[in-house]
Design a protein around this ligand. Structure first.
Ligand SMILES: Cc1ncc(COP(=O)(O)O)c(C=O)c1O
Length: 380
């Protein structure tokens, strides 16, 4: 591959970018110089900071959100023969984790107005094989958690929230992760906090927390009392539960910790852009914005819209150096998930007309004005 393929184009307004606060750079140098780069104090500090900031009752740090999701499924005992009801309208990681556990994702349909899983459709898909419900807060706009939690309670099903997009988003006055039983966040490169890769699991359930702490590190309790001077494993280790190597190291935790400290400034930039898009792009028949509910606060991790003839729209904007994107295709089209389904009419529609507008911290006010103008020209 030629070198230029690794360079980010500077003459183009991209859909996404990577936010790195200066402090992340200085702090990571200190961590490297300390030579303690394994999971340690920085990882503990990160979890404490995140717990305080977003009011997570308990919190486990992992090396990415895909690992977080899989660890939750494994901890719940989801395995071969089990079904997990999930959304088909998401990045594939939501559903590959279910396959990794040997279980089957059963796709519920979504709601056109916010691209989140439809609670009614979840209930229709429940069978005796259902072991859990997987929810995505698409674009950082929370799903209908009251209704979904009610279904979970009624059918005794745990709920995993794939909150890769939703750090700092709110539902009914509380941060996503303050109340959920298993809530997984991502620090992948385009997220509001990015540590290269990384993630967190927030939980309100102490038993889950105790189990997750071990499952993400080979089944070993890091806080366990040492057996003796020589044995690296604690007394409590029985080797009876298969775990993973999903722990977060201190290099990653240092970057993520700086991300927490600078979260508000990064989130505010997105907020200003998102609010402008909503105000200035309302009332055009060829585009339809997401529904943003009064009882929820999005973080505008991404800004999806519905648009007529999305390829023509994207080509038009590309002529003006504005690059659009899509986050995902409907997952059921991929053979690994069992092939295209005919019972997902809303997903089918969204799969044809959703695009993401540029949304990131490097966008200037002038660029946002320019993007809005060109979109208006494209749909007039
Ligand atoms: C909805 C969703 N779930 C899961 C993931 C996977 O996150 P990670 O890259 O941290 O594993 C992503 C990635 O962006 C995502 O968008």
């Amino acid at each position: 591959m030629r070198k230029k393929d690794y360079e980010l184009a500077t003459n183009i307004i991209n859909t996404w970018s990577t936010y790195i606060p200066e402090e992340a750079i200085t702090e990571v140098v200190k961590t490297l110089r300390s030579k303690w780069i394994n999971t340690g104090k920085k990882e503990t500090d990160l979890r404490e900071k995140a717990r305080r900031k977003w009011k997570f009752p308990y919190c486990v740090a992992v090396n990415n959100c895909t690992a977080a999701l899989r660890a939750c499924l494994a901890m719940l005992g989801v395995g071969p023969g089990d079904e997990v009801i999930s959304t088909p309208f998401t990045f594939i990681a939501t559903n590959t984790t279910i396959l990794e556990q040997g279980a089957k994702p059963v796709f519920a349909d979504i709601k056109y107005e916010d691209l989140n899983i439809d609670p009614k459709s979840i209930e229709e898909r429940i069978t005796p094989k259902t072991k859990a419900i997987m929810v995505v807060h698409y674009g950082g706009n929370s799903a209908d958690m009251d209704e979904i939690r009610e279904i979970g309670r009624k059918h005794h099903l745990p709920i995993i929230e794939d909150s890769a997009h939703a750090l700092g988003s709110m539902y009914k006055g509380k941060y996503v992760g303050t109340e959920g039983e298993l809530v997984c966040f991502s620090f992948q490169v385009v997220k509001i906090i990015n540590s290269g890769d990384g993630g967190l699991i927030a939980t309100s359930n102490k038993t889950y927390y105790e189990k997750l702490k071990k499952i993400i590190w080979y089944g070993i309790d890091r806080d366990g009392k040492k057996t003796n001077l020589l044995d690296p494993l604690p007394e409590s280790f029985r080797g009876d539960v298969l775990g993973f190597k999903y722990n977060m190291n201190d290099i990653t935790a240092t970057l993520a910790g700086a991300g927490v400290d600078h979260f508000d400034e990064a989130a505010k930039k997105r907020w200003v852009i998102g609010e402008r898009y909503r105000k200035e792009l309302t009332g055009y028949t060829k585009i339809k914005l997401m529904k943003y509910y009064n009882d929820r606060t999005p973080n505008y991790q991404i800004f999806p819209i519905h648009v007529e003839n999305r390829i023509r729209f994207a080509k038009y904007l590309r002529k003006y150096n504005i690059r659009l994107n899509i986050n995902n295709r409907r997952n059921d089209i991929y053979p690994m998930f069992g092939g295209q389904r005919s019972d997902l009419p809303i997903t089918e529609r969204a799969d044809q007309d959703v695009v993401l507008l540029p949304m990131h911290t490097d966008l200037t006010e002038e660029q946002v004005t320019y993007i809005i103008k060109k979109i208006k020209d494209a749909v007039k």
